[in-house]
Write a protein that binds this ligand. Structure first.
Ligand SMILES: Nc1nc2c(ncn2[C@@H]2O[C@H](COP(=O)(O)OP(=O)(O)O)[C@@H](O)[C@H]2O)c(=O)[nH]1
Ligand SMILES: [Mg+2]
Length: 330
């Protein structure tokens, strides 16, 4: 059990940038023990006034798109320029595949060894919602510890892009140019939430293909109605290996923040994210209550079975659950 005085000390150490303290706090946030959850919330409330000053950047792309290589190259430039960079991963598959992000950490070895950088693999968690919550809270801890750039990386699997886009200010989608229909490999929904499309590996004879792909994405984006009225998504081509386009990319990020701040849109985006975060927590909690509550837990399996066989409708099952919880009179 961690006592309040210890939490105060932990909070102070985090704000001083103490790495061991950051690690302990993240362990607390990732713990599934109820007493740890209470402590974690107490700690986060204490840290909250010191958060929010970082640039929160999300990055997605299929495996092999060049995420790790770009994050390492960009991260090293940023730390050389005096920034403190935290890299967090959201990987709902890491548990099943035995930790794919660990391989990434090895690949980002020179950034990992950088004193201005902090790399954290994806927390193990059964649900994407659980992983996302822990990542958001880890982001707050890193911000309180003085990291001014937080990069959240995800593989383009399931709903993980949406989860990451809903916790960052700026969302970049990495694509590799390579023969055929350039737009094949991307889910349309991802294009709609991107603030920037990055064509990677524009080097070694691949420059023309990258330029063509960039043109096609620009055309595709121009016919989508912008999700963000303050910012039109952009497209750039980079080579992380040859350091081409990374400075321009970071300037684009800077321009994004200037524009969003001028229009008060950054604050709006974050406020909306907080509200939808609240609702997704509430959904998760309600789900957990229904599964654990003594009035309902014995009924779930048979309700699922009846719904599966088509003997009752899902709506009828939900009404029954509400009746059992005595919530049906609202
Ligand atoms: N030619 C070239 N290869 C790259 C570049 N960036 C990444 N790669 C290679 O592409 C492969 C996948 O890169 P990686 O960063 O691990 O992709 P991730 O799975 O998205 O993290 C590796 O073999 C990299 O060396 C680049 O800018 N140019
Ligand atoms: Mg990687």
């Amino acid at each position: 059990m961690i006592m309040t005085s210890e939490l105060t000390k932990l909070s102070q150490e985090i704000r001083a940038g103490n790495r061991a303290a950051i690690g302990r706090a993240i362990t607390l946030v990732e713990s599934k023990r109820t007493d740890h959850e209470d402590r974690a919330q107490e700690l986060l409330s204490d840290l909250l006034p010191f958060t929010g000053k970082a640039r929160r950047i999300g990055i997605t792309g299929v495996p092999g798109a060049g995420k790790s290589t770009m994050i390492e190259a960009l991260g090293k430039k940023l730390t050389a320029g005096g920034h403190k960079v935290a890299v967090l991963a959201v990987d709902p598959t890491s548990q099943r595949t035995g930790g794919s992000i660990l391989g990434d950490k090895t690949r980002m070895s020179s950034l990992a060894a950088d004193t201005g950088a902090f790399i954290r693999p994806s927390p193990a968690g059964a649900t994407l919602g659980g992983v996302a919550r822990r990542t958001r809270e880890t982001m707050l801890i890193c911000e309180a510890a003085g990291f001014d750039v937080v990069i959240v990386e995800t593989v383009g699997i399931g709903q993980s892009e949406t989860a990451v886009a809903s916790m960052v200010d700026f969302f970049a989608v990495l694509m590799v140019a390579g023969g055929g229909d350039e737009l094949q490999g991307i889910k349309r929904g991802v294009l709609e939430i991107a603030d920037l499309i990055v064509i990677t590996k524009a080097d070694g004879g691949n420059e023309d293909a990258a330029r063509r792909a960039a043109g096609e994405y620009r055309a595709a984006l121009s016919i989508l109605s912008p999700a963000n009225p303050s910012w039109r998504p952009e497209v750039c081509a980079i080579s992380a290996l040859e350091d081409v386009g990374l400075d321009t990319l970071w300037q684009t990020v800077g321009r994004y923040y200037d524009t969003m701040r001028d229009e008060g849109a950054l604050e709006d985006r974050r406020s909306e994210q907080h509200v939808s975060w609240m609702w997704s927590l509430l959904n998760d909690q309600f789900d957990a209550i229904v599964r654990r509550h003594e009035a309902t837990r014995g009924e779930i399996a048979s309700l699922e079975s009846l719904v599966r066989k088509g003997e009752i409708t899902p709506t009828a099952a939900v009404r029954w659950v509400f009746k059992l919880l005595r919530l049906d009179r609202e």
